[in-house]
Design a protein around this ligand. Structure first.
Ligand code: ZN
Length: 457
């Protein structure tokens, strides 16, 4: 099968070789933004930085960070795309939005070349995940505004896979449609969020319908980090009878990472297109790429025309692996540990929603392990945060009090804090959208009103 759309050899390069390759691209991108964006020009002039000298990863580290909030703030002040817009409107052919979980959606503009680059990174990641032109993929990501829909759709097409743009909602109709598809030796593939796969499993159960009869043999997952939580992947693979593969990406820069068949972290697939750095999230200091090092990913676009992003802080905390992989790729791998802006501190203990998810999985099948956390009052969090979890329909109500107590003990043991556990009905939390795990009511982001079946005293 042809793989003519990218240079396969790039995946065999190690970190040093990638940095050498990217040096001239860094120089060109910095010159470009300095000439075309008053935001970057003013920022570098103020910091006394000469853009002519920035031509390596080491030099890149001397530039100030870009925060997503800088762009969002400029849009609130009236910019359509923001101060990093470098291309003329006539060259911008697509607009997408990101976020929404921390405020109003942020708008991004894309030129034709920008979209090609996004598609190439996506195709590299999907190929790593085992996607091939034989795949027929049903995409259940959100096509309304967000990158997961239309943008990733392009990545599948670039690879050569067939893709049906289904979108979100109409879940019963989706299952009925899949049931009418003819048998196919290669099976069918799904592209969705992990929590939607779980939600569909609930819906199928209510319809007395076995997902394993659908001949959906492969799942490509994006949008949430859930598949990296031990046990969650098994639950999805068993319910569907599929092999579930995970992707990591950022909507602002593209889908850059996918798991290979060894499933030992996500191979970074953005070499030569997006430069990546690792920093200490607290100090902002650059970390070296050592095996098992933890830190926050910082991204710099290298060939972006419409809205380049230089040293964008992702706020994603990862552990990286630099040992060569048995698949032959030497690109570094990463495991997502959580988001620094999702982290909260309870009596001095750092808590990530992903850690709580791992603890809750111990309580299947009595619960579905779908959950959210609500923080009522601002830090310091010296109170018991509310942890709301779906109890399985098959669990008898007489068990609720004991079950809530057991869940509280597991959270204490695994995550080291005391939670106020609440049980809610199965199906009331998992959604077809990205399922939100953390609500900060004190910032005006209260959890949705859900009927509580049992509340710990
Ligand atoms: Zn590998």
């Amino acid at each position: 099968m042809p793989r003519h759309f990218w240079n396969e050899a790039i995946e065999t390069l190690g970190r040093e070789q990638v940095c050498a390759l990217e040096g001239p691209l860094i120089a060109a991108q910095i010159q470009y933004v300095y000439q075309h964006s008053s935001y970057y020009r003013d920022k570098y002039d103020r910091a006394g930085i000469d853009p002519d000298g920035i031509d390596s990863h080491a030099e890149l580290a001397s530039l100030p960070f870009t925060e997503k909030t800088d762009i969002a703030e400029a849009q609130r002040q009236g910019d359509l795309f923001g101060p990093n817009q470098c291309a003329a409107f006539t060259d911008i052919i697509r607009m997408t939005c990101t976020g929404g979980s921390t405020g109003a959606p942020t708008r991004l503009g894309w030129s034709r070349n920008d979209i090609d680059i996004y598609n190439e990174m996506g195709a590299r990641a999907l190929w790593t995940m085992g996607c091939r032109p034989r795949d027929l993929v049903i995409s259940c990501l959100n096509y309304s505004m967000y990158a997961g829909g239309i943008m990733d759709h392009g990545a599948f097409e670039t690879l050569g896979a067939g893709i049906l743009p289904y979108g979100i909602g109409n879940s019963e109709r989706l299952l009925e449609m899949l049931a009418r598809f003819p048998a196919r030796d290669e099976g069918y593939s799904m592209f969705m969020t992990p929590s939607y796969a779980v939600r569909l499993a609930d819906i199928a159960q209510n319809m007395n319908f076995d997902l394993r009869s659908l001949n959906v043999t492969r799942g490509y997952f994006s949008g949430e980090a859930g598949l990296q939580v031990p046990g969650y992947r098994d639950k999805i693979e068993q319910a569907w009878g599929m092999r579930a593969m995970d992707m990591y990406g950022t909507a602002e820069l593209g889908v850059q990472s996918g798991e290979c068949e060894h499933r030992n972290g996500h191979h970074y697939c953005g070499a030569g297109l997006v430069a990546v750095e690792l920093i200490d999230p607290a100090s902002g200091e650059v970390e070296t790429f050592d095996n098992e090092r933890e830190g926050e990913l910082v991204f710099t676009s290298l060939r972006r025309e419409a809205c380049p992003l230089i040293r964008l802080r992702s706020h994603d905390i990862v552990r990286i692996y630099t040992e060569p992989c048995a698949c032959g790729r030497n690109s570094f791998r990463l495991h997502t540990l959580g988001r620094s802006d999702d982290m909260f501190i309870v009596k001095g203990v750092n808590v990530y929603p992903l850690g709580i998810q791992a603890a809750l999985l111990e309580h299947r099948p009595a619960t579905s392990a779908e959950f959210f956390i609500e923080l009522a009052a601002p830090p310091p969090i010296d109170y018991r945060p509310r942890v709301c979890i779906e109890v399985a329909a098959s669990t008898d109500a007489s068990r609720y009090a004991a079950l809530a107590g057991e869940i509280g003990s597991t959270i204490k043991k695994r995550c080291n804090f005391n939670a106020a556990v609440e049980l809610v009905a199965q199906g009331s939390i998992a959604s077809e959208h990205k399922t939100r795990r953390l609500y900060r009511a004190y910032l005006g982001n209260a959890a949705p009103a859900i009927e509580v079946l049992y509340r710990q005293g």
